[in-house]
Design a protein around this ligand. Structure first.
Ligand code: MOS
Length: 734
């Protein structure tokens, strides 16, 4: 048996990435290209009353100044991709004089160099008729609306009565800061028209959506738009949607009739490319003295814009995570004068679980029960919300494995009871979970006469190692070595795939590649059977088998045929398409989620309140691990993201005009190498026969979930201070 899946293969694109061979969106410079710079609104609400552009057009190198007064009216046909909010209508750029939020694009300047474009953009005078925006989610005057999305409120039993009558209760409020994704690579698009055909070299986690969205905005058939994106320098969700800059690049290129390159500044990446919405939450728990949950209430509000309802899974994990007869969850939205938020790694779940897992930790101290033991006592036999079994669930196993590796038994229960010299030491733990999603996907496999294979899908690789892991899947099912497989992604010319997000790339695209490989093998077998010179000539399909890339009769293992030999006769390649989607019966019968347990150790200086994360250990049950090296990398990256959430990341808005005051890397803090603790990611052996034929549950999002509460719980253990806001600041614990 060819066992490639499960091997710690190093990245097939590693060399290209470290030698500069990998081309990112902004690297695809086109002959004759001009440079566009977006002018962002400097007020938070109101309208553009005057634009003084006459002298700008005469500045050196300037080719165009495009504003709402001279921009073409774009069709903006209806398009609801799976990633766009179901309710509301996307921002139409440069179509009217309205300013809906700070930083909204109000003009675009095109010039022969970036310098000239920036210089002219800076000189452009725009007069506004400004009003004061409402941007503070915590303002009691802000409306809380019930989202139109299904499942905003869920309930079983009578949670309010159960909590009111419980022997022991915790009832607290939580406040999680707005965050921005801040990947290394900024958003970038190069747009080039050829007649009515548009090519976009554009940073995207969802090429098919970008193609459909831009086609809809410009009123073109989808086939007229090609999107190319072979490499992504990190994204974390910010490139799931097609944001206004892509439209602006295409619009500008059409206007000047030249290719146009548009790269957002770091500052602009805080304006129109989504953000993790600030959330306000309440969790109330009721329990018996023995630690059995009797009631759980989880209420949460997320920010959205005025023009769209962005919803995420803020309270969605609460009714299946633990066993409890009475559970009520409620989800509300606060429309603000802000750009529409977007999914950011572990969206919703990561924020929601902070509140739930902080409350559970608090309950464990009230009860005097070890936090892991408390979770054990509330481990459900089935998904009690859906009333069906889990396809697999290894939560307790994750806690055991993680606790062992972390050395949880060394923890002394009392807060402030552990020290290292003068430093306070704290240990904390929390649960991680994320749905095992699966979406319909396609892929193509081509077997070539030289015995190698080409595999194609319109997927992206924002860093998890999709190039490598898909190569492994194809090699495994074709019976080839990874070096004999070339997997290509990153263009809409390839078979369509779902978004590169939601942790469903391997489940969806991987399953499609498997299907395409099996189809290619089937066709190769048919060709061999029909070939009167082949040792399997005339055999019936059920008497032959593939073993290590060779076709043979079951009865005679000695004689076999390689792809090369099968193809040699005519030299014609074999091309096969495959598609895959979740088995609807399995989806109906099982509840499918990944689970994990995260452990954190912090040291805190008691005099100045500085917090250091010393160690993080995450143990995960994610089904089959395709590549342990990549999986570990995913998890440590996610843990770092969770550490940012716990201690550093926060986009601060000026209440007067909605301006993000820390819209740059100096003041938007994120963990750097010096902050990075010792990290370990462990995977329990988990066989899940129900999720998909690969047995994979997805990994990208759960990697971030659970780390923030584990750290907050460790901070409590170290200091005795329960901080219910994120990020935790020095002043919170002094
Ligand atoms: Mo992930 S937030 O779906 O990129």
């Amino acid at each position: 048996m060819n066992v490639i899946v499960g091997k710690p293969l190093t990245r097939v694109d590693g060399r290209a990435k470290v030698t500069g061979g990998a081309q990112y969106a902004a690297d695809f410079n086109q002959p004759g290209q001009l440079y566009a710079v977006i002018v962002s609104a400097t007020v938070g609400l109101g309208r553009v009353s005057e634009i003084r552009s006459a002298n700008i057009e005469a500045m050196p190198g300037v080719a165009a100044v495009i504003t709402h007064s001279n921009a073409p009216k774009l069709p903006y046909l209806l398009h609801k991709g799976v990633i766009d909010p179901a309710v509301g209508e996307r921002l139409h750029v440069l179509q009217d004089d309205a300013v809906r939020f700070f930083g909204q694009p109000v003009a675009i300047v095109v010039a022969d160099s970036l310098d000239h474009a920036e210089h002219a953009a800076a000189a452009l005078r725009i007069i506004y008729d400004a009003r004061r925006p409402v941007v503070d989610h915590a303002d009691p005057d802000v409306a809380r609306i019930i989202p139109d999305a299904a499942g905003a409120d869920r309930s079983r039993g009578d949670a309010d009565a159960a909590v009111a009558e419980a022997a022991v209760t915790v009832d607290e409020h939580y406040d999680m800061a707005r965050e921005n994704h801040n990947p290394m690579e900024p958003h970038a698009t190069i747009a080039a028209w050829n007649g009515d055909r548009l090519t976009l070299w554009s940073k995207s986690q969802f090429l098919m959506n970008e193609q459909a969205e831009i086609a809809a905005i410009f009123g073109l058939p989808a086939e007229s738009v090609e999107v190319i994106c072979p490499f992504i320098g990190g994204a974390f969700g910010t490139s799931l949607r097609t944001w206004p800059h892509v439209t602006l690049a295409a619009l500008a290129a059409k206007h000047v009739q030249r290719p146009v390159k548009l790269v957002l500044t770091r500052k602009q990446m805080f304006f129109t490319t989504g953000h993790r919405p600030r959330s306000l939450q309440r969790v109330a728990l009721g329990a018996t003295q023995e630690g059995k949950l009797t009631g759980v209430i989880h209420e949460g509000t997320g920010e959205t814009s005025r023009y769209e309802q962005f919803t995420e899974a803020l309270t969605a994990v609460t009714d299946y995570l633990y066993s409890c007869p009475n559970v009520r969850t409620q989800y509300r939205l606060a429309p603000l004068d802000t750009g529409t938020p977007n999914h950011m790694r572990g969206p919703g779940e990561a924020s929601g679980i902070f509140a739930l897992e902080s409350a559970l930790d608090e309950l464990s101290y009230k009860l005097g029960i070890d936090p892991i033991e408390l979770r054990r006592r509330n481990e459900p036999q089935i998904d009690e919300a859906e009333n069906k079994p889990f396809s697999s669930r290894s939560l307790i196993h994750c806690y055991e494995l993680g606790a062992e590796r972390f050395g949880w038994s060394r923890k002394t229960p009392e807060p402030r009871s552990m020290r290292d010299g003068r430093l306070l030491i704290g240990m904390g733990t929390a649960t991680a979970t994320y749905p095992a999603f699966h979406a319909p996907s396609n892929a193509r496999v081509r077997l070539l006469a030289d015995g190698t294979a080409e595999v194609e899908a319109a997927a992206s690789d924002m860093g998890p190692g999709t190039y490598t892991s898909m190569t492994q899947v194809a090699a495994e099912f074709l019976g080839l070595q990874p070096a004999q497989v070339r997997f290509r992604l990153g263009t809409t010319d390839f078979p369509p795939t779902p978004s590169h997000g939601g942790s469903w790339t391997m489940t969806s695209v991987g399953s499609a590649i498997r299907a395409a490989c099996l189809e290619a093998q089937f066709q190769a077998a048919k060709r061999a059977i029909a070939d009167n010179g082949s040792p399997v000539f005339g055999a019936s399909i059920d008497t032959i088998e593939w073993a290590e890339g060779r076709l043979r009769r079951r009865a005679d293992a000695s004689a076999g045929l390689s792809y090369q030999e099968i193809l040699a006769k005519t030299g014609d390649p074999i091309e096969a398409e495959g598609s895959a989607q979740r088995d609807p019966e399995a989806a109906e019968r099982y509840s499918m989620h990944s689970f994990g347990a995260v452990f954190a150790e912090v040291s805190i200086d008691p005099d100045v309140g500085t917090i250091r994360v010393r160690r993080l250990v995450g143990a995960y049950g994610i089904g089959r691990v395709v590549n342990p090296l990549l999986a570990r990398s995913q998890c440590t990256g996610g843990m770092i993201g969770g550490m940012g959430m716990a201690l550093m990341e926060r986009t601060v808005l000026d209440a007067r005009d909605g301006r993000p005051v820390n819209a740059h890397m100096a003041d938007y803090l994120m963990p750097v190498n010096l902050d990075a603790p010792e990290m370990e990611a462990l995977f329990v052996d988990e066989i899940d026969p129900h999720v998909n034929p690969l047995g994979v549950k997805g990994l990208g999002e759960i990697a971030l979930v659970g780390t923030a509460p584990a750290i907050a719980n460790a901070v409590f253990h170290a200091t005795g201070k329960r901080v219910r806001t994120q990020p935790i600041k020095i002043e919170d614990i002094l």
